[in-house]
Design a binder for this molecule. Structure first.
Ligand code: SF4
Length: 358
């Protein structure tokens, strides 16, 4: 990099850090300088809003304060702490990563970004965030917010999803990084992307980097970063059934890749008429259901698909036993299991709905 560009990058970083010092939010995972805490927080923050993460982070750190405690926990227990946060593969990988660190490194956390990238579920972004924030090393942490800020700031007008362009964005971040505050620079870029350099219309009039910004000068900030158009999520209809057998309902633990390890009520793909649904439920659970009635609808949006659920209530014999892998649980037992958000509306209906479905 020539001297003039280096000076400009240093001035830009200084302006950004001054803004960060004045506007940074106090968050429970900031300033702790504990790679484990940064790891947990960064995994929770992926695809999830800061306000949502705060109570989950506090609970998680209280119950699993270090890597040894997390590795010693059951996966079910970890998933229960994640209930409602979504993207459950994050929790499973976090747990697996903790076991891996205990087994392969005797509980010693990696000391740099390359070491962290070898941990289960940790990609370049998280490795860079841990190395810079908790270990004070000059590693870039490029997430969607940082891609947007850097593409606009430096006028990068190429497909920002391409690996070579991502690498270029990381290099441009690292070129800005001051030796003494790499973690703060990454967090400042993230905060700027989350609050000022917004997708759609950026708030350039409030931006500390306005004087340095290529896209602002060029008038094309709203078009950057250049990203390929995403396919819309696919809608999948489901019938979900709460079958009351006495005071219990059948549930099963999912083994499919999506929501693996979480508990669900019997569900059949499609929206069927009651007779056809009763036959599907018999095939699924072995239970003879009666009095099937539709009790509501719910919708859950995942990254690539949307579940449109019709929620049914039905009854079965009090002493009926469902076929494996289903098992009967009481309301109290159900609250101890990790249910995905998609099943929460169904749970409410299962136990709040006063009328018996038989
Ligand atoms: S000036 Fe506008 S486009 Fe440029 S970094 Fe700031 S908010 Fe983003």
């Amino acid at each position: 990099m020539d001297t003039e560009r280096k000076e400009s990058a240093a001035e830009c970083a200084a302006a950004l850090l001054a803004w960060y010092d004045a506007h940074r939010r106090t968050l429970p995972w900031r300033d702790v300088r504990d790679p484990y805490a940064t790891w947990v927080s960064e995994i929770m923050l992926q695809q999830t809003r800061v306000e949502t993460v705060i109570p989950y982070f506090r609970r998680f750190m209280a119950d699993f304060p270090d890597v040894a405690a997390l590795a010693a926990a059951d996966e079910d227990e970890v998933l229960k702490h994640w209930e409602g946060l979504g993207y459950y593969s994050r929790a499973r990988n976090l747990h697996r990563g903790a076991v891996q660190i205990m087994e392969e490194h005797g509980g010693q956390l990696p000391g740099d970004a390359a070491g962290w990238r070898a941990v289960c579920g940790v990609g370049s972004y998280t490795a860079g965030a841990i190395a810079s924030i908790a270990l004070g090393q000059p590693a870039a942490a490029v997430d969607g917010n940082v891609v947007r800020v850097i593409a606009r700031l430096t006028g990068l007008r190429e497909n920002a999803a391409a690996p070579s362009v991502r690498r270029e964005i990381a290099a441009r971040c690292e070129a800005m990084m001051p030796g003494d505050r790499p973690g703060d620079l990454n967090q400042a870029l993230m905060d700027l992307g989350a609050g000022i350099c917004l997708p759609g219309t950026p708030r350039c009039d409030r931006c500390p980097l306005a004087a340095f910004c290529d896209a602002r000068e060029n008038g094309d900030a709203e078009e950057l970063p250049l990203l390929p158009r995403k396919a819309p999520p696919r809608e999948i209809p489901w019938d979900v059934a709460l079958i009351r057998c006495g005071g219990k309902v059948p549930v099963r633990q999912r083994t499919e890749a999506m929501l693996r390890g979480l508990w669900v009520f019997p569900m059949a793909e499609g929206h069927s008429a009651p007779e056809a649904l009763a036959a599907s439920l018999r095939a699924l659970t072995g239970l003879e259901v009666r009095g099937l009635r539709c009790a509501g609808e719910a919708r859950h949006v995942f990254t690539h698909r949307i579940w449109r659920m019709r929620l049914w209530v039905a009854g079965a014999d009090e002493d009926a036993v469902p076929a494996a892998p289903f098992r009967l649980v009481t309301e109290a037992e159900l609250s101890g299991l990790a249910l995905p958000a998609a099943m929460r509306a169904a749970r409410r209906i299962a136990f709040d709905d006063g009328e018996e479905g038989s």
